[in-house]
Design a protein around this ligand. Structure first.
Ligand code: PLP
Length: 366
């Protein structure tokens, strides 16, 4: 079986380089936060071009923390995309605010700036775009929009660590960038982990306090925060992997370009190799997506579907009152998107088998 993703290959290749620092942390007795986390935060801030970074428990908590640090709560609205992982919108609900969805752009599959502008009303306090599948949003346009509406810009960069827009890293454009280090991400921990990045000192201090129950330097709790801390072991894992990020992103791109070249001229709608993107996923589109998936499975090739039900139609958001047909572009993407195997340790032969199977499907269906 050709796996969709296989972290064991990466961990086996890293071997001692990974297990050495982890053992050291275990033997040191450091468990939560500590010097290893501080060192990681320095490296994350550098990579994201921000003044501050804070390691947190996971990408979902990063979003909750970011929204809370921006003072967003009951009565507020946050404009976001319906075509993303649940967390982007559930974090908004968790702080008591209302997610307001706008449709996506049919080419990039990212939140459409004009559509976002149209629903960014009086109650809106933030815009929360997602750099989906590693492709940066038009951050210039979103920054302008946020400024013109006097709202915060929070970047969900869970899938786009290492990406940049117009030469500047994602995460450095908004007020806060929210990162996931879930094991399947371009750089993944050995469990749950995440981070928030920001440059404004006041926002950064707020994030830092909220991460540990709103505790100030004087020991008093002026805000009700939470336990959003990251473990020292996860920091050690991430620090062991960070030096490989560039090479891994290059290999992901090499595989993606091979997919693009191999599938050119077929009925598959292919993603673009845009400047500054990272290839966290390789997602193509086909009107018979489920048949394609079944065909690949019959050839022992695993794939994944993102996101078969867009967020405005998820039962947990039923009380928001959206209906099928409200966001036709997102709904079509939900029916058509298929993600192919893509990770740095994918073998060239495996990738070529995927291409061959897709070409067979294309020949048979045309
Ligand atoms: C776009 C997006 N936002 C947020 C998250 C949440 O991250 P985590 O799983 O680390 O909580 C994910 C994770 O898949 C994601 O893809």
């Amino acid at each position: 079986m050709i796996p969709f993703f296989d972290l064991s290959r990466q961990h086996q290749l890293l071997g001692q380089e990974l297990t050495g620092p982890v053992s050291q942390i275990l033997l040191s007795g450091s468990c939560v936060l500590g010097p290893e986390v501080q060192a990681l935060e320095f490296e994350i801030a550098k990579a994201c071009g921000t003044r501050h970074a804070f390691g947190v428990s996971n990408g979902t908590d990063a979003l909750v923390l970011a929204l809370t640090a921006c003072g967003i709560g009951p009565g507020d609205e946050v404009v976001t995309t319906p075509f993303t992982f649940l967390s982007t919108a559930s974090a908004i609900s968790r702080v008591g605010a209302v997610p307001v969805f706008a449709d996506i752009d049919p080419d990039s599959l990212n939140l459409d700036v004009k559509a976002a502008e149209a629903v960014c009303g009086r109650r809106a306090k933030a815009i929360l775009p997602v750099h989906l599948f590693g492709l940066p949003c038009d951050l210039g346009a979103f920054s302008e929009l946020a400024k013109s509406k006097s709202v915060r810009l929070i970047e969900d960069m869970a899938q786009a660590f290492g990406a940049s827009w117009k030469g500047n890293p994602v995460g450095s454009w908004g007020d806060i960038g929210c990162i996931s280090f879930y094991p399947t991400k371009v750089i993944g921990a050995a469990g749950d982990a995440g981070a928030v990045v920001a440059s404004d000192l006041e926002i950064a201090s707020h994030l830092q306090r909220l991460r540990v129950h709103g505790t100030g330097a004087d020991g008093l709790h002026r805000d009700v925060g939470g336990n959003f801390r990251i473990d020292s072991v996860q920091a050690a894992v991430l620090r062991a992997k960070l030096p490989h990020l560039h090479e891994w992103l290059e290999t992901r791109r090499r595989h993606s370009l091979a997919y693009l070249n191999g599938l050119a001229g077929t009925d598959f709608v292919l993603p673009s190799d845009a400047d500054g993107r990272v290839w966290s996923h390789f997602c193509l589109r086909h009107p018979q997506r489920d048949d394609v998936r079944q065909y690949l499975l019959s050839k022992e090739i695993s794939t994944a579907v993102y996101y078969s039900v867009p967020l405005h139609l998820q039962p947990c958001f039923a009380d928001l009152g959206y209906r099928s047909g409200d966001f036709p572009v997102a709904e079509a993407a939900s029916r058509e998107i298929l993600a192919l195997p893509l990770f740095p340790e994918l073998l060239d032969e495996e990738r070529d088998q995927v291409i061959e199977a897709l070409l067979e499907f294309d020949r048979g269906s045309t």
